[in-house]
Design a protein around this ligand. Structure first.
Ligand SMILES: [Zn+2]
Length: 499
């Protein structure tokens, strides 16, 4: 019938449409489940500051592998939260320290040959544009190693905002360090010009001391677009997504820095812990798997002990440098020698220590230059606690003997204490012994003293100062308040007394 013939095609069209729609939904659900299965996009860290309440970085980065440079276009939406009127803003330009042997942290005698196997290789920034609110502003380097770039801006009242625009090219040194390239791999820690921290009426302008980590910054949000030559892969403080045009895009909130590594030759292992994506990159599949397993175990244990992990992802990346590990928000660099089969134990301890930094450095910032014990000793203690949880009291006691008891007995020349600033130290071993080992003794002493132990205190400390900053004085005040007694004499004894 004409009527029916007329009607029939419509349901058919509907049916086809419905089938197509259902298919699309199923594919969508499949992709969603697949991504959930990989642990992606499922974890929103609690206590994240509100969107828009932090400074914001928009970065466009482009690697030129031919001449080992990265072009950087950076826009920073900055709000004056200092309580004072500002006429300068300071950015940390750590790469510039690599411009000469006199200022390079990698030129320390004990590590020089390991860092510069092909001889000294300079790195540094060439700056083309420095704008404030769309107009060029005068700028200068405020310290000897050119790591503090000072912008002169019109008076900015407390609470007011503005936009910094910076265009520069970074020459990457051929250097086996946390900032450099080795062979075809790039490890790019502290590459991005970063807002310094304003405190006590001035911007921090610490020099790039070769021992310890001189980096002090506040949490911010980062959006990064990275252009790479064909064949390269990237990892960083967030899990990148490649868009249709091949650009690598990263997004992380509440981070003190943005770090990334590049390689054309990684093996990758990926998993999840409590909704957090965990990824490991190494030279071999077995190495990546080992680091991944260690990362998942560390994250699960520390999450339980110290409260929620602060980012959606944790990435562990094997790099060529003469250290065991180095922490950045959402990313830990791990030294290549630890990936040897017979170094599996050391790798596991290093992963635990570096992962603990995601709480003590990442979530809670502190003065790493003047009070390095406040993150290093806490992470060393957290590593010991990880061992106790995973392997029991016996293993904990054995490791405590080597990592804490022995450092307490060692004969250290001079008047160094765990409370010494990083630039008091001239060799890495002594720094480790005093700040990590002897510093961790404080946390063990507190464990005997506090009714609920050190873990409960550190969990409360992480919650209280999450995405913020705790000075030494604030640490002490919070501890006294938490304990309900004056523990300053104990801190003086462990942190500031020469043994
Ligand atoms: Zn550390």
């Amino acid at each position: 019938m004409p009527g029916k013939r007329c009607i029939i095609p419509v349901p058919r069209a509907r049916a086809v449409f419905l089938i197509l729609a259902l298919t699309a939904m199923l594919i969508g659900a499949g992709v969603f489940l697949f991504m959930r299965g990989r642990g992606e996009k499922t974890y929103v860290p609690p206590n994240l500051p509100d969107e828009g309440s932090l400074d914001r970085y928009d970065l466009v980065l482009r690697l030129n592998d031919g001449d080992h440079t990265v072009s950087i276009t950076e826009t920073i939406r900055f709000t004056n939260r200092t309580g004072q009127t500002l006429s300068t803003i300071v950015l940390r330009t750590w790469l510039n320290a690599f411009s000469s042997e006199e200022t390079s942290p990698a030129a320390l005698e004990a590590i020089y040959d390991a860092c510069y196997p092909n001889g000294f290789s300079p790195g540094g920034l060439t700056i083309f544009d420095v704008n404030w609110q769309g107009a060029p502003v005068p700028w200068e380097y405020g310290n000897a190693d050119k790591t503090a770039l000072s912008l002169a801006i019109p008076p900015l009242q407390d609470g007011e905002s503005g936009e910094i625009y910076l265009r520069c090219v970074a020459a990457i040194p051929n250097c086996a360090y946390r900032l450099g390239y080795v062979g075809q791999d790039y490890q790019l820690g502290n590459l991005i010009p970063l807002l310094s921290r304003y405190e006590n009426g001035a911007w921090r302008t610490d020099l790039y001391s070769p021992i310890g980590d001189p980096f002090v910054s506040d949490c911010a949000d980062f959006d990064v677009s990275l252009y790479l030559p064909q064949g390269f892969a990237a990892c960083g403080s967030a899990v990148p997504e490649q868009d249709a045009s091949g650009v690598w895009r990263f997004h992380i909130r509440g981070a003190r820095d943005f770090c990334f590594c590049l390689s054309p030759a990684w093996e990758t292992a990926r998993g999840a812990a409590g909704g957090v994506t965990v990824t490991a990159h190494a030279g071999t599949k077995a190495g990546a798997k080992r680091a991944l397993d260690d990362g998942i175990r560390a994250l699960e244990t520390l999450n339980r002990l110290y409260g929620p992990y602060p980012y959606p992802s944790l990435t562990l990346c094997c790099v060529d440098f003469p250290f065991s590990g180095m922490e950045y928000p959402g990313l830990c660099m791990l030294g290549e020698p630890l990936f040897a089969q017979d170094k599996a134990d050391t790798l596991e301890l290093t992963v635990a220590h570096e992962t603990a930094h995601q709480w003590f450095y990442g979530l809670v910032g502190s003065d790493q230059a003047n009070a390095p014990w406040q993150d290093e000793a806490l992470c060393e203690y957290a590593m010991l606690r990880y061992v106790k949880e995973r392997y029991g009291q016996g293993s904990f006691e054995t490791l405590k003997f080597y990592r804490v008891d022995s450092p307490m007995r060692e004969n250290i020349p001079g008047s160094l204490t765990p409370g010494s600033p990083i630039d008091y130290f001239s060799d890495l071993e002594t720094y480790r012994t005093v700040v990590y080992g002897r510093g961790a003794a404080l946390l063990l002493a507190l464990d005997d003293l506090l009714p609920e132990g050190t873990d409960a205190f550190l969990k409360a400390y992480a919650a209280r100062f999450s995405y913020g900053y705790a000075s030494r004085e604030q640490f002490e005040a919070f501890l006294n308040q938490y304990a309900g007694m004056d523990l300053r004499p104990l801190l003086l004894d462990y942190v500031d007394t020469v043994l």
